[in-house]
Design a protein around this ligand. Structure first.
Ligand SMILES: [Ca+2]
Length: 498
C-alpha cells in the first residue's frame, strides 16, 4: 500500500465523521406559529390542563426556551416585531387599531432571506392588513379570518375553501411543500394558524373532546387583584363579566354548512339547555363559563397539535426533516382563567411569555432546555444567521444561534423591555411599560402614574407588588428602564394617550 494512499485514508478517517456531523449550510426554515397559544397549555411546558404530543415532540427532539417573552403582548404587533426585528415604535405597528397598517416596504427577514436565495412562503393568518411582501407565494386570511369556510387573499387572487381553518391552512402548507416549491432551493415557510384565537371555535374533529370531564381551575380564577395597582381592577377582560354569547357558544358561527351545524348542535345544544335550566349564580356561574371557555380553547389547541403532527409526518416521510429547522411559537401568551381573565396585553407572566421550541437536526441537542432571557425581537436575526445571511446592523434583537448551540455568550442580556399601548378598547388595559430580569419585574402605568414591582423568586405568581417596600430595587430597575429605552430608541412617553 503506497504511503500516499495511507495518507488519504488517514485524512478520510478524520474528515468524514466531522463532515457528517456538520450542519447543512442552508437549512430550510419551517416557522409554525399560532395566535394566543399560552405555553401553559403545552404539555412540554408542564401544562396541568392538556396534552400536546406533537408539539412536545419538537421539544423532545430540540430545544425548549423557558424564558421567551414578547415585547408587546398583542397579535399584529408581535408579528411586526418578528418580521422586522424591531420594537413596535420603530416598525410602525404598535396596536391592532383599524388605522394601523403594516408598511410592507420596510426591511423584513423574509425579504432578506429571499434576496439570499431562499424560496419564501406565507400561508395562514397574517393580521397586518397590508399585503405580505418578501414572499414568492402567499395566501392569508382577511384580518382575523373565520374558523369555518375561510376566505384568503393570495398572490394569485381570492380563494375560499369549505372546511375548518386549521385543517385548511395545513393543507395549503402541505400542498406547497409537496407540489409548489422548487426543491432546488432552501425554503422559508411561515405556516401560521388562526387558532386558538377568540372566539375559540373548535373543529369538527375536536368538538367532542373533554365532553364529560372538568378541566382543573387556576388558583386565581376568583382573583380580587388586591395586591395590584388600579389598572388590574379596571380592565374589561374577566370571565365573570366580559364574555359574549358567541364566546360562550350560545350563538353558533353564522356561516356553518348544514352538516357542520348538525355537529355543532350535537356538541352544545344539550349542555346549553341544561345551563339555562340550572340558573347558575355567583361563583357557580363563573365556574361554568370557565369550563365552557377553557374546553373550547383546548379543543382549538388540539386541532393545531393534530395538524402539526401531519406536517411533522410529512417532513419525516419526504426526507425533509433532517435539513429543516422546525420552530413552534405563538404571538404571545394568554390568560386561561388566571387572574379571572381571558385575553392578553399585560406584562404579567401569563401573557408576556411565548412558547418557543426549536428542532434543528445536527445542531440543537435533543431535549435541551434554555433559560436565558430571549424575545420575539430576536427571531429575525436568528433566522438570518441560520440561513447564513447577513444580519443588518439596525436589527434590535440578537441571534439565538449561539444559544441553540448550547453556547450562551457571557454578555447575554440580563433584562428585557416591554411596552404596551392599545387603549381603551377593546379591554381597557392601561398602557404600560416595564423591565423584567431573571428575578424581578417593574411595571409603570403612565395614565395613573402607578408602579408595580414583583419579586419573581418569592412571588412567581406576581400576587403582591412590593413597590412601596423595596425602594432600592425599584430605583435600580427604573434606571434599567431608562437604559433600555435609550438603547431601543423609545420616544419619551411613547403611546400614552393625551
Ligand atoms: Ca394573538
Amino acid at each position: 500500500m503506497s504511503r500516499h494512499f495511507l495518507a488519504v485514508l488517514a485524512v478520510c478517517a478524520v474528515a468524514l465523521p466531522l463532515r457528517a456531523a456538520d450542519p447543512p449550510k442552508r437549512p430550510n426554515v419551517l416557522f409554525i406559529f399560532t395566535d394566543d397559544h399560552a405555553s401553559h397549555a403545552i404539555s412540554a411546558y408542564g401544562s396541568k390542563i392538556n396534552q400536546t404530543p406533537n408539539l412536545d415532540r419538537i421539544a423532545k427532539e430540540g430545544m425548549l426556551f423557558e424564558n421567551c417573552f414578547c415585547t408587546n403582548s398583542i397579535c399584529g404587533p408581535s408579528r411586526a416585531v418578528i418580521l422586522t426585528g424591531k420594537h413596535s415604535h420603530l416598525n410602525g405597528f404598535p396596536d391592532n387599531k383599524g388605522s394601523t397598517v403594516f408598511d410592507g416596504t420596510q426591511q423584513t427577514f423574509p425579504k432578506l432571506l429571499q434576496a439570499a436565495g431562499y424560496q419564501t412562503a406565507m400561508l395562514g393568518k397574517w393580521h397586518l392588513k397590508s399585503d405580505p411582501t418578501g414572499f414568492d407565494r402567499w395566501a392569508v386570511l382577511h384580518d382575523q379570518g373565520t374558523y369555518y369556510q375561510p376566505a384568503f387573499k393570495t398572490n394569485a387572487g381570492p380563494l375560499k375553501v369549505e372546511g375548518y381553518t386549521t385543517d385548511i391552512i395545513t393543507d395549503l402548507a402541505l400542498d406547497w411543500l409537496k407540489k409548489e416549491r422548487d426543491p432546488n432551493k432552501p425554503f422559508l415557510l411561515m405556516y401560521q394558524h388562526k387558532a386558538p384565537h377568540r372566539e375559540w371555535a373548535p373543529g369538527p374533529n375536536q368538538l367532542g373532546l373533554y365532553r364529560d370531564k372538568d378541566i382543573p381551575e387556576p388558583a386565581t380564577l376568583f382573583d380580587d387583584w388586591a395586591g395590584h395597582a388600579s389598572p388590574s381592577k379596571n380592565q374589561e377582560m374577566t370571565i365573570e363579566r366580559h364574555m359574549n354569547d358567541r364566546d360562550l357558544k350560545f350563538v353558533a358561527p353564522n356561516n356553518l354548512t348544514p352538516a357542520q351545524k348538525k355537529l355543532w348542535d350535537e356538541a352544545y345544544a344539550k349542555e346549553n339547555e341544561a345551563f339555562k335550566a340550572a340558573n347558575l349564580q355567583g361563583k357557580d356561574l363563573v365556574r361554568w363559563k370557565y369550563q365552557r371557555y377553557i374546553k373550547d380553547y383546548l379543543r382549538c389547541v388540539a386541532g393545531v397539535d393534530d395538524n402539526v403532527g401531519r406536517v411533522l409526518k410529512y417532513l419525516d416521510d419526504s426526507g425533509l426533516a433532517k435539513d429543516t429547522v422546525v420552530i413552534y411559537s405563538s404571538d404571545q401568551g394568554f390568560y386561561l382563567g388566571d387572574r379571572g381573565w381571558y385575553d392578553k396585553r399585560w406584562m404579567y407572566e401569563e401573557s408576556l411569555r411565548m412558547p418557543f421550541l426549536v428542532r434543528w437536526p445536527g445542531v440543537v441537542k435533543a431535549g435541551s432546555v434554555n433559560k436565558d432571557l430571549v424575545q420575539n425581537l430576536d427571531f429575525a436575526s436568528t433566522f438570518l444567521e441560520m440561513a447564513g445571511a447577513k444580519v443588518p446592523d439596525d436589527l434590535q434583537g440578537k441571534s439565538l444561534v449561539p444559544l441553540l448551540k448550547g453556547q450562551t455568550p457571557a454578555d447575554w442580556r440580563k433584562s428585557i423591555y416591554y411596552h404596551y399601548v392599545e387603549y381603551p378598547q377593546p379591554h381597557r388595559v392601561a398602557p404600560h411599560w416595564g423591565v423584567r430580569t431573571a428575578t424581578h419585574k417593574l411595571m409603570y402605568f403612565p395614565l395613573t402614574d402607578e408602579w408595580e414591582l414583583f419579586d419573581l423568586v418569592k412571588d412567581p405568581g406576581e400576587r403582591t407588588s412590593v413597590y412601596a417596600s423595596a425602594p432600592e430595587t425599584a430605583k435600580e430597575l427604573k434606571a434599567e428602564i431608562g437604559r433600555l429605552q435609550a438603547l431601543y430608541k423609545v420616544p419619551e412617553r411613547y403611546g400614552v394617550p393625551k
